[in-house]
Design a protein around this ligand. Structure first.
Ligand code: ADP
Length: 444
């Protein structure tokens, strides 16, 4: 089969995978988010709290001092540059540090301070003089476990005698080993193995149990059941904490199964809106035509930074090559890259080293590069039934009303796809204007 990719692409480097759409891998997105995160995500919503005992007083804190933490822990927090608790921490920390310990289910989007909160709780409850595992944290992948471990190490850097150990595949500890580290972070499978088969962790001595990224966790085959088996072996006085960025019914059902008598804290995410985005479409005949239209738009307006979404890796690769040959500085972000590579590409883009990022669905969500002013749908997002994927459209183009700047969105549309665009327009009740790419003065 001849490729329609044009003369500049070496077909031999394309694989079958290139024609597939990149699926969103929850664990990878979550890791990417952590790697590129630089600060707290703000929210204009109120924290919602559901107490297990509604008659007990509800405390919130505005400073870390109010928590009466160990000196060395407070020092660690300030050394990380934290001045005051985040919105979710204001409510969550007093509950997590209460006596007697309370169980908690907390949900808020990534970047709102959940990890820092439970790391603080673990470090504050650990007894450095007792040399056995006291805190257990389950994470969905090895890389995510490592990220959390790094936070423990940073926040706990003045807690000199507290140590972290990773229960992850490949970390082979012989049976009968005496684990002296107080905090264990691992994936459910390996933790289960260490507890029941190797018997090197005594679950009856665990005081704090954390289940992080519950939404990612239940997405992985077997992890829910394994987590529940571990939880069942914990002592009744063990504090149990569960965190999730999202809260579909499935996450909620799992949370209720695994956390007895919980308090619940939720922070709604900032709503995305298309209100301050001017949307256009350009009718095109084929891919080459789309490319020409793109070039016309590209040169004609003074832009900040742009992100261009393509349907498949092959198209993204083709477009990247074309644009580079036309002298544009662009970078390509697609699913074949490792998460570390993706993070470094996003970082370069953030730093303004490239003006244009070409990508597939791999990052439809989650990369919040604030200075992006232009989004191009080189291909419209559609689902498997070839219907418009409204969610993805919104995530690509939408901004949060409160923090968002004005933006521009361009949709490159083949005539046959026009009905899809009309559906999108109706769905969002917004106006997508047609643009003649030869006459970009039309852009207001
Ligand atoms: P989540 O677990 O919800 O994704 P994190 O705990 O990883 O959120 O926090 C997101 C980012 O904000 C991290 O870079 C973290 O260091 C930082 N952060 C967390 N809590 C605070 C705070 N109270 N003040 C300042 N920065 C914070």
């Amino acid at each position: 089969i001849r490729s329609t990719a044009g003369p500049n692409v070496d077909d031999s480097i394309n694989t079958e995978e290139d024609d597939e759409e990149d699926v969103v891998d929850l664990a990878a997105s979550s890791l990417l988010n952590k790697l590129i995160r630089q600060s707290l995500v703000e929210s204009s919503h109120r924290v919602e709290v559901l107490q297990k005992d509604p008659s007990s007083p509800l405390y919130s804190v505005k400073t870390f001092e109010e928590l009466r933490l160990k000196e060395e822990l407070l020092k660690g927090i300030y050394a990380m540059g934290f001045n005051r608790p985040s919105k979710i921490q204001e409510m969550a920390l007093p509950m997590m540090l209460a006596h007697p310990p309370q169980n908690l289910i907390a949900q808020s989007q990534s970047g709102t301070g959940k990890t820092a909160a439970f790391v603080l709780a673990m470090l504050s409850r650990v007894n450095a003089l007792e040399l056995f595992p006291q805190c257990l944290c389950l994470a969905p992948t090895y890389e995510l476990a490592l990220q959390t471990g790094r936070v423990i190490e940073r926040m706990g850097r003045f807690c000199v005698d507290v140590q972290v150990m990773y229960a992850i595949r490949g970390n082979c500890i012989p049976r009968g080993t005496d684990i002296t580290k107080q905090i264990i972070i691992g994936t459910p499978g390996t933790v289960l193995d260490w507890c029941f088969k190797r018997k090197i962790i005594d679950l009856t001595k665990i005081r704090v149990f954390v289940l992080d990224e519950a939404d990612v966790m239940i997405d992985t085959q077997g992890f829910s059941d394994q987590s529940i088996r571990i939880q069942r072996a914990l002592p009744s006085e063990c504090q149990m904490l569960l965190f999730s960025a999202t809260f579909e019914d499935s996450v909620w059902q799992f949370a209720e199964r695994i956390i007895p008598d919980p308090n619940v804290i939720k922070l709604r995410r900032e709503e995305l809106t298309l209100n301050n985005i001017r949307q256009y479409y350009v009718l095109c005949e084929n891919r080459k035509d789309k490319y020409r239209a793109l070039c016309n738009i590209y040169g004609g307006i003074t832009i900040g930074q742009a992100i261009i979404f393509c349907k498949t890796r092959r198209i993204a690769k083709w477009l990247t090559v074309e644009m580079m040959q036309d002298g544009h500085q662009v970078s390509l972000l697609s699913g074949e890259l490792t998460v570390d590579q993706r993070a470094s590409i996003i970082q370069r883009f953030r730093d303004g080293k490239e003006k244009v990022l070409i990508t597939t669905n791999v990052c439809a969500r989650g990369i919040d590069v604030k200075q992006i002013t232009i989004v191009v749908n080189f291909d419209l997002p559609v689902n498997q039934a070839e219907e418009p994927d409204y969610e993805t459209y919104l995530h690509r183009i939408g901004r949060t009303g409160r923090f968002g700047k004005k933006g521009l969105a361009f949709n490159m549309i083949e005539v046959a796809k026009l009905p899809l665009l009309m559906k999108i327009q109706d769905h969002f009740n917004s106006c997508i204007k047609q643009l003649d790419p030869e006459d970009i003065d039309e852009i207001e």
